[in-house]
Design a binder for this molecule. Structure first.
Ligand code: PGA
Length: 263
């Protein structure tokens, strides 16, 4: 089997620096009423709260046997040491975290994360048995200069440098055009598909075709209930990374339930 049918869709909610642990619990409880068992049969759903909420959300997920999967937004690449204010991958693994976002554009832009830094984080996440969601994406200027594919595929190679084919087969890459994040602007479904196809081709060329067919690719950037079905139509788009709309449980539940609204 190859192609989209073998890859389970993954809808991820990136809460960014929003919601304290009390608010997090309320949102997850509300989501647990809105998202049904049948929805989880079709879609994997990961939630990425701030670090300070992780323990509370983990406890709730485990106590109520919820099928939301716990995610984090970042980690440090070292296992421990003199890195004041940082959080190591093994600490996240111990909390039941399964997905870790690596190299989100906000971290690349505001906290100076290069492809080398992201590659080290990806390695740490994998070593501790979790799945990295590796973010790539071009700026508005790069897009206007016609450099989107070059930029994005370069980031894929750089951020996944040193990884084996087996490792790459299990990771998630999120294509997030920077100009579309938090702006209300969305790449067209065709653009999202074109870039995801180029990412898959790059993985096939750098590793091999089987690997490329297994890697899950997400689109992110102003995803809402109203545009997800169209975006998910792309044959290389296996999921979405949702920021702003994941803070509203009704909206996020509708996003998760996109298969019901698909044409
Ligand atoms: P947005 O954010 O949905 O608010 O555009 C996406 C992201 O940054 O992951």
């Amino acid at each position: 089997m190859s192609g989209k049918s073998q890859r389970r869709p993954l809808v991820s909610g990136n809460w960014k620096m929003n919601l304290n642990h009390y608010e997090a619990i309320q949102i997850v409880q509300k989501l647990s009423y809105l998202v049904s068992k049948d929805d989880f049969e079709q879609v994997d759903v990961s939630l990425h709260p701030p670090f300070t909420d992780l323990r509370s959300v983990q406890t709730l997920i485990e106590a109520d046997e919820l099928r939301f999967v716990l995610g984090a937004q970042n980690c440090h690449h070292e296992n421990s040491g003199a890195f004041t204010g940082e959080v190591a991958a093994p600490f996240l693994a111990k909390l039941g975290v399964r997905y870790v976002i690596c190299g989100h554009s906000e971290r690349r832009q505001m906290f100076g994360e290069t492809d080398d830094v992201v590659a080290a984080k990806v390695g740490a996440v994998l070593v501790h048995g979790m799945t990295p969601i590796v973010c790539v994406g071009e700026t508005q200027d790069e897009r206007e200069a016609g450099q989107t594919l070059e930029r994005v595929t370069g980031q894929v190679r750089g951020s996944l440098a040193g990884r084996t084919a087996d490792q790459v087969a299990g990771i998630v890459v999120a294509y997030e055009p920077i100009w579309a994040i938090g702006t209300g602007l969305t790449a067209t479904a065709d653009d999202a598909q074109t870039v995801c196809q180029a990412i898959r081709r790059t993985i096939a060329e750098t590793w091999n075709d089987d690997t490329a067919q297994s890697t899950r690719l997400q689109y992110g950037g102003s995803v809402k209930a109203g545009n997800i079905a169209e975006i998910m139509d792309g044959s290389d788009v296996d999921g979405v990374l949702v920021g702003g709309a994941s803070l509203d449980p009704d909206e996020f539940a509708r996003i998760v339930q996109y298969p019901q609204h698909s044409r």
